[in-house]
Design a protein around this ligand. Structure first.
Ligand code: SAH
Length: 340
């Protein structure tokens, strides 16, 4: 069975042509897929014979909303999607002034092992397919009625650990007949896989690369992010500078503030030193408490921000949305896993 929704329009055209279909058919089918058709039966402007043939040769994998939580505070919606094999992933709809944003997952679980993150506790189960990633955006849009203009790859999983799928996902959401979302409206967040950052740079995409830094010194970073061992902060920042030179896009550094771990003045000073002369933006994130982890949110966010600004670093503090629904990723899936 062909995973038809993971195909580009060009691939779809070739595949349909092999079956004797005219070229315009691909566009027709592609558009149905992005209108959210859950079966070939719904594609009413195709002949009955073609619809039957598609049913026999291709599969659609629409997810089912296993759970949905709506924030009473700010309209944030969190979805737990059940995939066709029974695995679950999460997406979050956030309503910002600059547009509705969906936070998308790219793997079932994660193998990166960051100490503060709920998504990695039970390891990685499998990669998602491009179709499974697209459907998170599409079904969030259909279910909520909120037109989606922005995407952040900050859900469950490490995007650069599922590189080819993520690249295909980006092509498809960006396509005018697909979701038509501009690259500048997409952020990709990574824990810092340097080889893959170099590889991504080759494509010169105009998306925003966010790097989860979380500590300026190797001792701390290696402790909370195993991926740092063998790479180190210095090399990571070097690779990110190279990324900027190649793509012209300033890298954004994420920094989750953890009490007594990465929030000291000397760490702000060292972070500023590391980023000296590097076009960068630092985004401080108040830590979301994860039940299984002893790490606590820092009480020094404002002081840390001020200290960085004193060194001339561009800093913002992430606004917390959906506080009443525990909207940070990975936690809903954990809850569901514990119950079954
Ligand atoms: N694997 C990617 C993307 C997924 S996580 C990455 O590491 O960047 C998206 C962001 O949320 C990352 O910056 C991650 O470090 C951060 N994050 C994970 N758990 C968190 C928590 N408990 N509190 C605050 N931020 C967290």
């Amino acid at each position: 069975m062909v995973d038809i929704k993971s195909m580009t329009p060009e691939e779809l055209a070739v595949w349909l042509k092999e079956q004797g279909e005219p070229a315009f058919r691909a566009r027709q089918v592609f558009k149905w897929l992005y209108r959210g058709a859950a079966s070939f039966e719904e594609m009413t402007d195709l002949s009955k014979a073609l619809r039957r043939r598609l049913e026999e040769t291709a599969r659609l994998t629409p997810p089912e909303a296993a759970r949905k939580q709506v924030s009473q505070q700010d309209g944030t919606i969190k979805y737990l999607w059940r995939l066709t094999d029974g695995n679950c992933v999460e997406s979050v709809l956030m309503r910002y002034q600059h547009g509705n944003t969906v936070c998308v997952s790219c793997q079932v679980g994660c193998r990166m092992g960051c100490a503060f993150c709920a998504s990695t506790i039970a390891g990685k189960v499998r990669d998602l397919t491009p179709a499974e990633m697209i459907d998170q955006v599409l079904w969030t849009q259909i279910d909520s009625g909120a037109p989606i203009s922005n995407i952040v790859l900050m859900g469950i999983g490490e995007p650069l650990d599922n590189f080819d799928t993520v690249l295909r996902f980006l092509t498809l959401v960006n396509h005018p007949d697909g979701l038509n979302i501009g690259m500048r409206h997409i952020s990709l967040s990574t824990c810092g896989l340097t080889e893959q950052i170099d590889k991504l740079a080759q494509y010169e995409l105009q998306l925003t690369l966010s790097v989860s830094l979380h500590a300026p010194d190797d001792e701390t970073r290696s402790k909370i992010m195993p991926v740092n061992r063998g790479i180190g902060v210095e090399k990571l920042v070097e690779v990110c500078s190279r990324y900027f030179e190649r793509t012209g896009r300033r890298v954004s550094y994420e920094y989750a503030m953890i009490d007594g771990v990465n929030d000291a003045d000397w760490q702000a000073d060292l972070l500023a030193k590391r980023l000296w002369g590097v076009p960068a933006h630092v985004n401080l994130i108040p830590l979301n408490e994860v039940e299984e982890s002893p790490l606590k949110p820092s009480r020094r966010v404002a002081a840390f921000q001020k200290r960085l600004e004193g060194h001339g670093v561009t800093v913002t503090v992430r606004r917390k949305l959906g506080g009443d629904i525990d909207a940070s990723c990975g936690q809903l899936r954990r809850e569901a896993m514990k119950e079954t």
